[in-house]
Design a protein around this ligand. Structure first.
Ligand SMILES: [Ca+2]
Ligand SMILES: [Ca+2]
Length: 398
């Protein structure tokens, strides 16, 4: 419910990348979801740019009566019409500039696909993302010009199968890999798994963790008992599901200096935070905080959360498979940006360790020790009316 009411961007991104499963052109999948703002203009634009017009011309060539060579269709036939009865050939291109920087909407065009009949009747796409991401289709997995949102860094393999108007299926899928890179500022990925449900991709089980990324001005109630304001749930200076795209930077329109929270695929398995580099040189580093809140484990006893942090395109910190219980608030650490790699004197990433939780008499920000986790963390503004875990059922464990 919270995503439907509070976070339109997250809702529609979740809708953009549909359910898992396999489908063929003769077995339509049921994931044709409408209402995605990321489609605005993009598909229409694709139909009018030069690349697509070229592709249209190729289709016309394929059906223009050139004699086929009678051999099975393969890549060598791309410039010729196909022999009657030959398998159609899926051909597609990845539109837009390269390299691609996360998060990015990847637009594909298969209008150059070849068929002996001159008409492709159906298209079926598959996408394999970085490790841990569920296999998925985009919003319009049957369109010749679909779009896919790639939030996470890594390789995305797109494959296409086509069927022509004589119901002949392509003999071989065509696949292409697109590499998506981190931006030159800060890129943080949260992913999670359940120790009890090894495959979260079947969609039947959807625990919900939340990434938080806070500006130095984020000041909230001191729930973790360290006698300092907590950065979490502080609007607009904590980026999280309620506040996925605040304006932190220059008031000049079009300046790309604001943070953005993007769900990974369906939003059931990960979230990604990006903050572009400052447009002007900062003489003093700012200190940003990274946190993970175990919002709702949906009946599971434990989640395993992994957070990876990139600064200036380099992976500088990984905290892997950290056990979290419902309503745990994990203070992952702080990022000093720009770090000493630019002008600052601090290390870029300072992970948080504690002796025990400050609410139980411990200290945080130690060089080693347990992860900094506050149990049963509930901000009063985001409690009972939302869809999180039930604070009444949460007890601080010894
Ligand atoms: Ca979440
Ligand atoms: Ca505090």
């Amino acid at each position: 419910m919270r995503r439907l009411t509070a976070v339109a961007g997250l809702t529609t991104l979740a809708a953009l990348l549909g359910a898992c499963g396999s489908a063929s052109p003769s077995e339509p999948s049921a994931t044709d979801v409408a209402g995605n703002p990321y489609d605005d203009g993009q598909v229409a634009d694709a139909h009018t740019d030069g690349a697509i017009q070229d592709a249209d011309a190729d289709i016309a060539d394929a059906g223009n009566g050139d004699a086929g060579n009678g051999e099975p269709a393969d890549a060598a036939d791309l410039g010729d019409a196909l022999a009657p009865g030959a398998c159609p050939i899926p051909v597609f291109e990845v539109l837009g500039s390269k390299p691609k920087t996360a998060p990015v909407v990847i637009n594909l065009s298969a209008l150059g696909s070849k068929s002996a009949t001159g008409t492709i009747a159906s298209y079926a796409w598959t996408v394999k993302g970085p490790a841990g991401m569920c296999p998925q289709y985009g919003e319009h997995p049957k369109l010749p010009t679909p779009s896919f949102t790639a939030a996470r860094v890594g390789d995305y393999e797109f494959c296409l199968e086509v069927v022509d108007s004589a119901r002949t299926k392509s003999c071989k899928n065509t696949c292409k890999t697109v590499t998506v890179s981190p931006n030159n500022g800060i890129h943080v990925e949260l992913t999670w798994q359940s120790p009890l449900v090894p495959d979260l991709c079947d969609g039947s089980f959807a625990m919900d963790l939340d990434l938080h990324f806070a500006h130095p001005l984020a000041l909230g109630p001191d729930i973790d008992c360290d006698k300092q304001p907590d950065p979490w749930f502080s609007n607009p200076f904590d980026v999280f599901w309620f506040n996925p795209k605040p304006k932190w930077g220059s008031p000049t329109p079009g300046t790309n200096d604001d943070p953005l929270l993007t769900p990974d695929a369906t939003g059931r398995h990960g979230e990604v935070l990006t903050l572009p580099p400052p447009p002007t040189i900062q003489t003093k580093p700012l200190v940003y905080r990274i946190g993970v809140h175990a919002w709702n484990l949906k009946g599971s006893q434990e989640a395993r959360a992994t957070v990876k942090t990139w600064v200036q395109g380099k992976l500088i910190h990984t905290a892997a498979a950290v056990p979290l219980h419902e309503l745990d608030m994990w203070n992952v650490g702080r990022v000093h940006w720009p770090s000493k790699t630019i002008n600052g004197k601090q290390v870029a990433m300072e992970p948080c360790h504690q002796s025990k939780a400050p609410c139980q008499g411990g200290k945080q920000w130690l060089a080693a020790g347990d992860r900094c986790i506050t149990q049963c963390y509930v901000n009063p503004a985001f409690a009972a009316t939302q869809s999180g875990g039930d604070p009444k059922k949460c007890k601080v464990k010894p």
